[in-house]
Design a protein around this ligand. Structure first.
Ligand code: ADP
Ligand code: ASP
Ligand code: MG
Length: 470
């Protein structure tokens, strides 16, 4: 056996049915057969997370029949997959799945009785997606002749704070994960861990935010000092734009941790925004690989950026459903205490600001926030700042960002961006560039975001065709 240890993460599409799970198990098996030790981390079957969120809302609103119908559908989906993967009806795996559905049903009934869905109960309910898919992967691996054992995030040692819905690992997580998983690995058993979830010190289940299985995988990678973390996807790695929007988007061979964080933060769903953070100190590489084309190298994410001459930008990305909150009041906003009161109000509500800009006359401050945070932002500002200030909201906005370490110190990049947008008759509502110069972002009308993305992608020559013409 080699000393190599890999953490492999499989997302929802790669877990969507028995066929996909069997294929994912075979990708794991390729490494296991070569003597590599592997920890597998899985997402819920595609669509299950959204289904669980919807049924929890239905129970809260009193529609227990709709919630129960959805639970029954989920139950059938998981049992069918287990059966197709060869699990016997009386096997421990099928028993586990049955018990989990029963617990889920009880939790949902509790929400219905109370007509109250707290962030804590939502996490308990939504984490069942990953808890139910891990046993299926373990069955698939066993079916291919490997020994496997499934664990919840908490059982695998992931201990988090109390931010239900968006929890972060506590520092003790890393030692715990090592303790919990090393024995299995040494015994030649492949741990299959439910992604997206952890638990608090008192054992309450938490989730790490949407797309959190990427984060689970890198937390485990750091804990075990893995050689690499591989995130298997339904795309050819990280691309120059969302391939659903830009047809000729191209694979990016190498990205730095910083570039990936900017991309994820500005809406590229391909990785969780915090996924690379556990890898930064140790320098463990992350590979984003295509499950459909396993020999294609995909994208290597590492500490060092790699820039091509004459190519300052690597990718274009966008956040939809944004609102701009305008705060105005000539003569008032220039006073430092007034500005402080604006940011205090935002901080108290724990709202993420996507962009901030201030007019030089100091009569106006604009904040871009996710539309889901807009009402809370308005309420916090109206309660927390001087009545002399006017606070209003512009909805249906999007933030588009260009990302690439090659922009650092390069002149003319913004000009190219603005010219591309002007060419499509797109009006810019806000502009910002961080001092790291890894990105430039602009707020535009939401309806124009796809056209804008395609125009900017073409203007920086990022597409397959543009590259071929070089
Ligand atoms: P997984 O379940 O495997 O984590 P996700 O659906 O969360 O997969 O992420 C992959 C999806 O992210 C792709 O299907 C793609 O549409 C979208 N995406 C958005 N931006 C990018 C990008 N720059 N590169 C690759 N995929 C992207
Ligand atoms: N299943 C979770 C989600 O849909 C976590 C993940 O897929 O990474 O957000
Ligand atoms: Mg994802």
């Amino acid at each position: 056996m080699s000393d190599t240890l890999l953490v492999m993460k499989f997302g929802g599409t790669n877990m969507q049915d028995a066929r996909a799970i069997r294929h994912s198990a075979s990708l794991t098996g390729r490494s296991l057969s070569a003597g590599v030790r592997v920890v597998v981390v899985v997402s819920a079957m595609a669509g299950v997370t959204n289904g669980l969120l919807a049924l929890a809302d239905a129970a809260e609103s009193g529609d227990i029949a709709a919630a129960n119908d959805e639970i029954a559908a989920l139950r059938t989906r998981h049992f069918t997959a287990a059966q197709e993967l060869g699990a016997a009806p009386d096997s421990p795996t099928v028993r586990d799945i049955r018990e989990m559905h029963e617990t889920l049903r009880q939790a949902v009934y509790g929400v219905y009785l109370l007509r109250e869905l707290t962030p804590r109960s939502r996490d308990l309910i939504v984490a069942f997606g990953e808890r139910l898919s891990a046993p299926l992967m373990a069955v698939a691996l066993e079916g291919q002749g490997f020994r496997a054992h499934h664990l919840t995030g908490g059982e695998a040692g992931i201990l988090t704070d109390h931010h239900f819905g968006n929890a972060k690992p506590l520092p003790t997580t890393y030692e715990r994960v090592k303790d919990r998983l090393s024995g299995l690995l040494a015994a030649g058993v492949t741990p299959v861990v439910s992604g997206f979830m952890g638990e608090t010190e008192r054992g309450a289940i938490t989730t790490l935010g949407r797309g959190g299985t990427d984060f689970s995988a890198t937390i485990i990678g750091k804990a075990l000092g893995a050689n690499e973390v591989w995130a298997w996807k339904d795309v050819d790695g990280v691309m120059s734009a969302d391939p659903r929007v830009v047809k000729d988007a191209r694979n990016i061979t190498v990205l730095s941790y910083g570039e990936v964080m900017e991309l994820a933060y500005f809406g590229a769903k391909v990785l969780h925004p915090l996924a690379v953070t556990p890898l930064q100190e140790s320098g463990i590489p992350l590979r984003v690989k295509s499950a459909a084309d396993p020999d294609f190298p995909g994208t290597l994410v590492q500490a060092q950026a790699q820039d091509e001459a004459g190519q300052p930008v690597k990718a274009v990305t966008a956040i939809r459903n944004v609102s701009i909150i305008n705060i105005s009041g000539a003569g008032v906003l220039g006073i430092p205490e007034v500005i402080a009161s604006v940011f205090d109000a935002i901080a108290r509500e724990n709202i993420t600001l996507l962009m901030v800009s201030q007019s030089s006359s100091m009569s106006n401050v604009s904040l871009a926030v996710q539309s889901s945070d807009a009402e809370r932002t308005l309420a916090a500002l109206r309660a927390g700042v001087s009545r002399e200030l006017k606070v209003d909201r512009q909805s249906d906005v999007a933030v588009l960002a260009i990302v690439g370490s090659g922009m650092r110190g390069q002149k003319g990049v913004s000009a190219r961006l603005f010219t591309a947008l002007a060419g499509q008759d797109i009006n810019i509502l806000m502009i910002s560039q961080g001092s790291s110069e890894l990105n430039i972002s602009v707020a535009i009308e939401g309806a124009q975001v796809d056209d804008a993305t395609r125009a900017v992608h073409a203007a920086f020559g990022l597409g397959v065709r543009a590259q071929a013409a070089d």
